[in-house]
Design a protein around this ligand. Structure first.
Ligand code: GLN
Length: 279
């Protein structure tokens, strides 16, 4: 079979129902940037490239997320390695980075903790934007942490340390100015976990108990032990969990509570401040 770039893309778009997926996979098969495709729409594809592309399209048709097929996903300004051991970074999580940066003056050294770092997306974005910050990233999985470490190395970010363990477990008593997390927060019985891309992602990074709040409860409960007075805790949650998140923060003694909406105007990130010293 003969095909040029344009017709291969048209056929793949028809099969996948998604033009961007078709382009990303063809660029990956050809080992070229996506922009190359537009300048070479009339180029003939050699049979090896056509058959490599056909395999990728079949993987995607079987439901595998594009980020796991290519092993890459962009987040913030960073191109990140992702594997089936890591959650695929989502654009809405950039809101958490933006909000954390509000509490991190660029001219001050400070300590930041990212709990359950996955690919390292949040920790790396903060470390990159705040070179004076010392960032610690934890994850319960050694395989996941290895991916995050490779990402830090590839981006030459030396101001991140990695610790393996469950939430706060691997930490000593040295407190942080800001704690961030994108924990699992989907209800364990949610049928979406059996659908689409979520089926392929690590369940421990997605689901958290019958109301989805187990991890958030744990993080809010223990965060105070690891924050400086006046320090901030910020975390991502589901669109219907803003009120519950603020309630948990309130009961734990946090003040200046707020919930921020993502670009779809849905509750996505809540924050609270550990009270500053009274004097
Ligand atoms: N935002 C993800 C989703 O709903 C879930 C990620 C998470 O649980 N932290 O697909």
């Amino acid at each position: 079979m003969k095909a040029d770039v344009r017709s291969a893309l048209a056929e793949a778009t028809r099969r996948l129902g998604d033009r961007i997926d078709a382009e990303v996979l063809l660029a990956y098969a050809l080992n070229k940037p996506r922009s190359w495709l537009f300048a070479h729409a009339d180029d003939e594809l050699v049979p090896e490239h056509l058959s490599a592309y056909a395999v990728l399209i079949e993987q995607r048709e079987a439901g595998e997320p594009v980020a796991y097929i290519t092993g890459r996903r962009g987040f913030w300004s960073l191109d990140l390695e992702v594997t089936p051991e890591t959650l695929i970074p989502r654009p809405e999580t950039e809101l958490l980075v933006e909000q954390a940066l509000e509490h991190l003056p660029p001219d001050k050294s400070c300590r930041v903790l990212d709990l359950g770092t996955g690919s390292g997306a949040i920790a790396l974005a903060i470390a990159c934007e705040r070179p004076r910050a010392q960032v610690i990233a934890t994850d319960v999985s050694a395989d996941t942490l290895a991916v995050a470490q490779r990402n830090a190395r590839r981006h030459h970010l030396a101001n991140i340390g990695f610790l393996q363990g469950d939430w706060f477990m691997p930490l000593d008593s040295c407190p942080f100015d800001v704690i961030v997390s994108n924990p699992p927060y989907i209800e364990s019985g949610d049928p979406h976990l059996q659908q689409g891309d979520l089926r392929f992602e690590p369940i421990r990074a997605l689901a958290s108990g019958s109301d989805g709040l187990d991890a958030i409860r744990r993080i809010v409960r223990d965060a105070a032990l690891h924050l400086v007075p006046g320090g901030w805790l910020l975390f991502e949650h589901g669109w219907n969990q803003g009120e519950a998140a603020r309630e948990l923060l309130h009961h734990a003694g946090f003040v200046e509570l707020s919930t921020m909406c993502d670009l779809e105007q849905r509750d996505r990130v809540s924050a609270g401040r550990w009270p500053p010293c009274a004097d």
